[in-house]
Design a protein around this ligand. Structure first.
Ligand code: GLY
Length: 393
């Protein structure tokens, strides 16, 4: 099959089996697992790799700290976390890049009695599930995290220590996935904008770009917040919108935290090179990916109120990213309703880096076997087609 440009000129390159739209963690992970299976892949990205939410993510692998209760999403995030250590090792081998996977653990600080009660409730159900979690009274916080020794810890209401949480560097992960994919034969094109889909019946036959029509057998839409516009050309309702997150890049001159520290209002993530990421705001519906004084100011205030020693950290930069989110805040992964050869993978909200590799592997498995992982049943795009409870659609 030869790709035909809109001007009627055939493009020189052969059409891939799979065309992926989006060069964030989900797109590049999908390209990697497909290329590993020997499937021909072309990934197009309108900007540059990790230009969206993946490039701003703090890189936490943190299912336990974020989970208020045990549900199918929590199971998904645990599986997502388990994916990272072997992937980091494989990417180091294949791409020669350290994605900075570190099982640094997270110390979730309780700020008051209500917080303490809630975290102790989480401790109970997570321990009952066999997950590692430990309660630290205020005077023991310093044993785990020297910056919280003495008065700094006694002002807090205790903490939940979660030793199995970890982190990677989001940009490094995307870069390593891309390098390893290309080494295995995938093609990646940056600066190539997918404008709209071309369909025939219930099949997508191509994607229009300013350079022409790109054809493939199967398409994967993993374009973050921009997925909605592209799906709209089908037409398909894909209710994904931005939840802006701002972060400050800091450096601790006299010792960074040993672990990720999370107060509920902000988090500090110590990276392998000594940088510390302070995040993050949640600004619903905001499409402007620039940091604002109010945004970074609120982060600084949240950190200084409960972690005053962070006041000596120097500021190296400030970033903002647009997390793609569905109305129910769960990911959308699966076949597009009404289009047999279109797969949707977006709306990972706060969990793109955590779930990206698992999402990519499961999409590659689906493409090879025709069967979705059963754990994805609750996250299908079809959930937005279901009639409302009162019978209206
Ligand atoms: N995963 C943390 C955040 O989105 O801020």
């Amino acid at each position: 099959m030869t790709a035909i440009s809109t001007a009627g000129r055939p493009t020189a390159e052969p059409s891939p089996d799979i065309l992926i739209i989006g060069g964030g963690v989900i797109g590049t992970a999908t390209a990697y697992y497909l290329a590993r299976a020997g499937i021909s892949v072309l990934l197009i990205e309108r900007d540059h790799l990790a230009a969206g939410a993946s490039g701003v993510a703090a890189g936490m692998l943190a299912p336990q700290v974020e989970a208020p209760f045990d549900d199918p999403f929590f199971n998904l995030t645990l599986l997502g976390r388990a994916e990272h250590p072997p992937l980091a090792a494989a990417l180091f081998e294949e791409a020669g890049l350290d994605v900075e996977y570190r099982p640094t653990g997270i110390l979730r600080i309780a700020l008051d009695e209500a917080d303490r009660a809630e975290l102790q409730r989480r401790l109970r159900w997570q321990s009952a599930r066999g997950l590692r979690a430990e309660w630290l009274e205020p005077d023991r916080l310093g044993e785990r995290e020297p910056l919280l020794a003495g008065a700094a810890g006694r002002l807090l209401a205790g903490g939940l220590w979660l030793p199995d949480e970890g982190q990677v560097r989001g940009t490094r992960l995307v870069q390593a996935l891309a390098v390893a994919s290309v080494k295995r034969g995938a093609r990646l094109r940056q600066g190539e904008w997918a404008v709209s889909f071309e369909t025939r019946g219930d099949r997508v036959v191509g994607v229009h770009t300013p350079r022409g029509l790109l054809k493939a057998a199967t398409f994967v839409l993993a374009a973050g917040i921009w997925s909605r516009d592209l799906a709209g050309s089908l037409p398909l309702n894909l209710p994904v919108g931005p939840v802006k997150g701002q972060v400050l890049m800091l450096r601790a001159l006299h010792g960074a935290p040993r672990h990720i520290i999370w107060t509920g209002e902000c988090y500090l993530v110590p990276k392998a090179d000594g940088q510390v990421i302070l995040g993050a705001t949640e600004e619903d519906g905001n499409y402007d990916a620039r940091p604002t004084l109010a945004g970074v100011g609120s982060l600084a205030e949240a950190a200084l109120e409960h972690l005053p020693w962070a006041g000596s950290f120097t500021v190296e930069g400030m970033w903002a990213g647009l997390r793609p989110a569905a109305p129910d805040r769960y990911p959308i992964i699966g076949q597009a309703p009404g289009f047999a050869n279109l797969i949707i993978a977006t709306a990972h909200f706060r969990n793109g880096i955590l779930l990206g590799p698992l999402t990519g592997r499961w999409i590659a498995d689906y493409i090879q076997t025709g069967a979705w992982a059963p754990e994805l049943a609750a996250f299908s795009p079809a959930r937005f087609l279901e009639p409302a409870r009162d019978g209206s659609v």
